[in-house]
Ligand binder design. Structure first.
Ligand SMILES: NC(=O)C1=CN([C@@H]2O[C@H](COP(=O)(O)OP(=O)(O)OC[C@H]3O[C@@H](n4cnc5c(N)ncnc54)[C@H](OP(=O)(O)O)[C@@H]3O)[C@@H](O)[C@H]2O)C=CC1
Ligand SMILES: N[C@@H](CC=O)C(=O)O
Ligand code: NA
Length: 370
């Protein structure tokens, strides 16, 4: 007997979304792609049959497919209604970084549409939204998987959930949580050898490689790391009210802090950043004088309910100092693991590795819905 079909809507076809579509096209027993959207265009399989499905491979192939309905941007409510009306269970994959879409997850979940996403905004916003998301999932008997919101495809959330679910006591979580900031410091201030790279040039390279957030200032101001720590702390049982409820060290030059958040603001920021290269060169030199390197790290002390995000100096022979590329390293200290933490390490940014986490979550949801 063949399993009943599952219907899939995908929003966002940028670096992660494009890699995800390419992986989706190769998945065995993939759900039927019936909605594909970017910021101003939406492709839909015609109702009421929700057929033919959209070919997954990439946006251009999908957009050229015959017999699909085409529309401009739909509201979250419209997307939720379309998916919930499909003749089977439905899943939304949100590959955007849009907070407004994330705020509508409860609408999808209450209608029984499951959510899979690397978008960390919804899970790290007000605690009330976090609670609403999981209460709505229970109400709609829908599922929520967001592994790639922390450490991209690395098994960070699944590891933490397993530790908690099996009764271990997590006492501390610490490490490097940003692929972008890891790449920046590993390249700008390597622990072995030397580098003459300017800070602004390495920031431009990280953006080019697809490691940064759509707005790279979200990485440089520490908010991306703060959001990840908020998610981890909540999963470890701490009621963190907001991602800015603890001190966050920003690497944005004060003079550039008030540029607009628009696309033009991003361009202005990138163009003016080279004027401030001396600031980060001073930070690097100060660490070097002590025989150390500077890295951007975060920690959660569960008992003290304390979250910290910012720069620290490290001896050159430590694991954090020796990270390569966009690697994250996340250490879980728990009662069972004692003094030697459980450590997860590997690439923490990039389209393919992030999409892997999204695709793996999708497979888990499909398996549980069937
Ligand atoms: N890049 C990485 O290494 C990692 C990224 N993530 C997360 O993955 C998500 C995607 O990142 P990335 O692919 O790099 O970002 P991109 O900027 O490359 O892509 C964003 C995509 O979302 C679309 N989009 C934005 N807003 C809307 C909206 N309201 N409705 C429909 N579509 C919208 C854009 O449309 P259009 O094409 O029209 O511009 C674009 O296709 C983010 O949440 C990010 O934090 C998580 C871990 C690692
Ligand atoms: N911009 C983020 C992407 C993954 O979350 C990072 O650099 O870590
Ligand atoms: Na992850």
């Amino acid at each position: 007997m063949s399993a009943s079909p599952i219907y899939l809507g995908v929003v966002g076809v940028g670096g992660v979304g494009t890699a995800f579509l390419s992986q989706l096209a190769r998945l065995p027993n993939a759900p039927k792609l019936v909605l594909l959207a970017r910021s101003s265009q939406t492709l839909l399989a015609p109702t009421p049959a929700y057929s033919p499905a959209i070919p997954a491979a990439d946006w251009a192939t999908a957009a050229a497919a015959p017999s699909l309905n085409k529309a401009g941007a739909l509201s979250a409510e419209e997307i939720a209604t379309y998916l919930a009306s499909a003749p089977g269970r439905a899943i939304l994959v949100d590959n955007t970084s849009d907070i407004n879409l994330a705020r509508q997850y409860p609408t999808f979940l209450k209608k029984g549409v499951s959510i899979v996403t690397p978008n960390k905004k919804g899970f790290s916003d007000d605690l009330s939204l976090w609670k609403d998301i999981f209460a709505s999932a229970a109400e709609g008997k829908a599922l929520v998987y967001h592994e790639s919101t922390v450490g991209a495809g690395l098994p960070v959330l699944s590891t933490l959930k397993d530790l908690v679910a099996t009764g271990d006591e997590v006492t501390r979580i610490e490490g490097v949580f940003s692929g972008t900031l890891s790449f920046l410091f590993n390249t700008f201030a390597p622990a072995s050898g030397s580098s003459s790279a300017q800070w602004s040039a390495v920031v431009a390279q990280a953006k080019e490689l697809g490691y940064t957030e759509p707005d790279p200032r979200d990485d440089l101001n520490g908010m991306d790391v703060a959001r990840k720590l908020t998610i981890l702390a909540r999963l470890a049982g701490l009621e963190i009210s907001r991602p800015d409820s603890f001190p966050i060290e920003s690497l944005i030059p004060a003079e550039l802090a008030s540029l607009p958040s628009s696309a033009d603001g991003i361009t202005q920021f990138m163009n003016r950043l080279p004027d401030f290269d001396a600031e980060m060169a001073t930070v690097k030199a100060t660490a070097e004088k002590q025989g150390k390197v500077v890295r951007y790290v975060g920690s959660i002390d569960v008992a003290a309910k304390a979250v910290k995000v910012g720069l620290q100096y490290f001896d050159k022979d430590t694991a954090i100092a020796g990270l390569k590329g966009s690697d994250n390293i996340i250490s879980f200290y728990t009662k069972r693991y004692g003094a030697n933490p459980l450590i997860v390490q590997g690439a923490g940014a990039g389209g393919d590795v992030t999409a892997m986490g999204v695709s793996a979550d999708l497979l888990k949801v499909v398996e549980r819905l069937r």
